[in-house]
Design a protein around this ligand. Structure first.
Ligand code: HEM
Length: 364
């Protein structure tokens, strides 16, 4: 017999075997569906004896009882009672923790990177297309006071603490992907440990800054008649020579203000819940451990959204707009800058200043 005819015979034999197997299972299905199901399904039939030894396993070294139904219930989060003060110990496995970890390391981490990277890319694009927003009438050389010392102190307390919290917080979420491979385990552990320490304590400076700007700026951040026009014209950001009127804060700044205030409050409350775990029983109807999972999830979402928005704010306050940084740097802004970006405020300020002269900036 040649090699070709031998392999042909083998294929035919295999095909016949497969046909027999298929035929048998088909016949079984017709003749005795129950038996067929018992053979094809991993689930035992209803009348099967699942634990022939009644949970008793021979041998003493690893225990005599092994009840799969009980362990299944434990895995699904069944709660028992304990006599020690920590009542949480009555639940051995909290299965929602799986979902919590998957959401935090999955969609939240993924959309955070997309949001952060997307914002940086948008700003680079904006800079390439629009360039730096300059003062159309040129700098006048005369300045007026925009923010008093206390206002700038509150802003910088908030800003510096937020940046420290953002960097150390991003390290908690992303450090294991970006820094760990570069620094190695020991190096990363040192950085992450110091970062966590900073994150915990700098949080209080952030809260203090938040309260300061709330108290000092709230009255200028309620909506007024100029806001809709400002929004409709995109704040004049996209077209040279367009300057919608505005009081001390324009609609964009008000949106940032309220986002920082409400976001900051959310960060503070969830942060305090994490800083002092299981100390406060929030009236949420949730289990204490669920409250912690809820707190970390919200903390991460709010922090990422705020960081994405603050990146745009920092851009406009530095490279994006000529003359803007001075407002928070020295507290003095050029009169022409004030007239173009906050015309109503500049007029009111000039009126209240009466006969007093504005400061002339000495020639360099
Ligand atoms: C390097 C970082 C930062 C720079 C250069 C910067 C710059 C500025 C400037 C120049 C202003 C005044 C704008 C004006 O006169 O109209 C301002 C205002 C403000 N900043 Fe910042 N800032 C920074 C970080 C932050 C951070 C991290 C936050 C909050 C977490 C923040 C919150 C605010 C708020 C709420 C205002 C008032 C509303 C507004 O002007 O948009 N800033 N900032």
């Amino acid at each position: 017999m040649t090699a070709i005819s031998r392999s042909k015979k083998l294929v035919v034999q295999l095909a016949v075997l497969v046909l027999i197997a298929l035929g048998t299972s088909f016949a079984l299905e017709i003749v005795d569906p129950q038996q067929a199901q018992a053979q094809s399904n991993v689930r035992p039939p209803a009348n099967a004896v699942t634990s022939p030894v009644g949970g008793t396993v021979p041998g003493a070294s690893s225990g005599n009882q092994s009840d799969s139904e009980m362990w299944r219930a434990v895995r699904k989060g069944i709660k028992g009672t304990v006599s020690i003060p920590d009542k949480k110990a009555g639940q051995l496995v909290q299965s929602e923790g799986d979902a919590w970890r998957a959401v935090k390391n999955g969609p939240i981490a993924k959309w955070g990177v997309i949001g952060l990277g997307g914002m940086v890319a948008l700003l680079v694009l904006f800079y390439l297309i629009r360039g730096k927003i300059t003062v159309d009438h040129g700098m006048s050389g005369r300045t007026m006071t925009r923010f008093a010392d206390m206002e700038r102190m509150g802003h910088w307390l908030l800003a510096v603490s937020f940046i420290v919290l953002a960097i150390t917080g991003l390290n908690i979420t992303y450090g294991k992907y970006f820094l760990l491979p570069v620094l190695g385990k020991a190096g990363f552990a040192t950085i992450a440990g110091a970062g966590k320490w900073l994150h915990n304590y700098v949080a209080f400076a952030f809260m203090a800054g938040l309260v300061m700007i709330l108290v000092m700026w709230i009255k200028e951040n309620f909506p007024n008649k100029y806001d809709l026009e400002w929004l409709a014209k995109g704040g004049g950001m996209f077209v040279k020579g367009v300057h919608p009127p505005s009081k001390k804060f324009n609609a964009g700044q008000k949106i940032l203000f309220w986002l920082v205030i409400w976001g900051g409050l959310g960060l503070s409350l969830t942060g305090i819940a994490l800083l002092f775990p299981f100390q406060f029983g929030f009236p949420t109807g949730m289990e204490p451990i669920q409250q912690m999972q809820f707190a970390t999830t919200w903390h991460a979402i709010i922090a990422l959204v705020m960081t994405i928005v603050v990146i745009a704010h920092i851009y406009i306050g530095t490279v994006g707009m000529e003359g803007a940084y001075d407002a928070m740097g020295s507290g003095e802004v050029d009169e022409n800058w004030a007239k173009e970006h906050h015309s109503v405020w500049a007029k009111e300020k000039a009126k209240s200043r009466g006969g007093r002269k504005s400061k002339a900036v000495p020639a360099e």
